[in-house]
Design a binder for this molecule. Structure first.
Ligand SMILES: [Zn+2]
Length: 379
């Protein structure tokens, strides 16, 4: 026994240190720029207003929403790489007509992983669906999921500044270190200047059912993307086999923007990530950075949930399903109960609780910044 403990101990310590994680500092949290009045104003421009229209696949609203996303990233965040994943399909109400389902994939990764080619970086994957339900007529889906899409746009703009700074600094440090060991050829072996960790935003299409929710009448975009990603093969030497494996965590935002949400921790396997986000919410509240009135419970109220309490009940069918079936770790940020306005004509801009929308933007952004930092200090 004694012989075994000696070699095992360092291994154990190593695995503990690589999983160690540094909470983001208070100064950093305070420095997160508050969402501007113009970002989430429901009438005038900004991130959200252009999305408060019906966005049914195969209609002009779908195209308008797509253009809004593409214009925003091209104009404000040209470093984020936009790509499409398209499919078509019939629905129970399309009379045999093929409808287009068009997912947007928007990526930002370290310059050194980009140089090495696809399959090099892992991605914190932040997801919302942008389509809206075909009924009731004129349905907007402000919480479902216009607001989550706008929150992801705010997040991208906010984290970009920090990522650009961090990656430039890491590259400088790596260049300086490589000059120092000039002449030592073995050390010149390709070494990444920092962790191979990026962010990708998935704006998914065709989440809603056209008639009633079944396995085939729902999740049109997500099912197509997950299947395609699993069937894509990267070159043999790539660190990741396919885009599905590059998902380090699949964070799905849905039905956010009503007052007083309570979001359970759905999966034991990602409870650690839920706890991180809940801790950030707690700190932001304590620092009086959040605007929403404190209800009886915080948004993320199950940080203390014990292993035995994960029963498998309360699972909510949503865009994560085809990804989870293929092994992705999922953090599902969706309230239970659903907002009162769910799937009614009242799920519109006027019924959003702006303080909650802005608070979610801050919480998810803080989580993302901390995630990127975690990976930096974790190696
Ligand atoms: Zn819905």
């Amino acid at each position: 026994m004694r012989l075994l403990t000696a070699p095992l101990l360092p291994l154990l310590l190593h695995s503990l240190t690589t999983q160690a994680y540094t909470p983001i500092s208070n100064d950093f949290l305070k420095a997160i720029p508050p969402p501007a009045e113009t970002d989430f104003n429901i009438d005038s421009g900004g991130l959200l207003a252009p999305l408060l229209i019906p966005r049914v696949p195969g209609t002009p609203g779908q195209v308008k929403a797509q253009r809004h996303f593409v214009d925003f990233f091209r104009e404000n965040l040209p470093e984020w790489e936009i790509s499409w994943q398209n499919s078509t399909g019939t629905t129970p109400s399309s009379d045999g007509k093929q409808l287009p389902f068009q997912n947007l994939i928007i990526r930002r990764e370290p310059p050194w992983t980009k140089q090495r080619g696809p399959g090099t970086a892992s991605f914190l994957t932040l997801v919302a669906h942008y389509d809206s339900k075909i009924t009731p007529k004129g349905f907007i889906g402000a919480t479902d999921s216009a607001a989550p899409c706008a929150i992801l746009m705010y997040l991208a703009r906010t984290v970009e500044k920090e990522l650009a700074k961090m990656w430039a600094r890491q590259q400088q440090q790596a260049a300086a270190a490589s000059r120092e060991r000039a002449g030592n050829e073995r050390e010149e072996e390709k070494k990444m200047p920092g962790p191979d960790v990026g962010i990708q935003i998935l704006l998914l299409d065709g989440e809603e059912a056209f008639v009633s929710w079944t396995d085939t009448d729902s999740l049109y975009g997500a099912r197509s993307l997950a299947a395609e990603w699993e069937n894509t093969t990267y070159p043999a030497m790539s660190p990741f086999k396919n885009p599905m494996r590059q998902i380090s965590l699949f964070v799905l935002l849905d039905l956010l923007g009503a007052a007083g949400p309570t979001v359970p921790s759905y999966f034991q396997s990602t409870h650690w990530a839920y706890q991180r986000m809940a801790a950030l919410e707690g700190r932001l509240r304590q620092m009086k950075i959040l605007e929403s009135k404190e209800g009886t419970q915080p948004f993320l109220h199950e940080g203390g949930k014990m292993a035995a309490e994960f029963s498998g009940h309360g699972f909510v069918g949503d865009d994560h399903v085809p990804f989870m079936a293929r092994g992705a770790d999922v953090l599902h940020i969706i309230p239970t109960p659903f907002p009162r306005v769910w799937h009614t004509a009242a799920d519109d801009g006027k019924h959003l609780d702006m303080a909650s929308v802005r608070d979610w933007a801050r919480i998810v952004t803080a989580f993302t910044l901390e995630w990127m930092d975690v990976q930096k200090t974790g190696t």
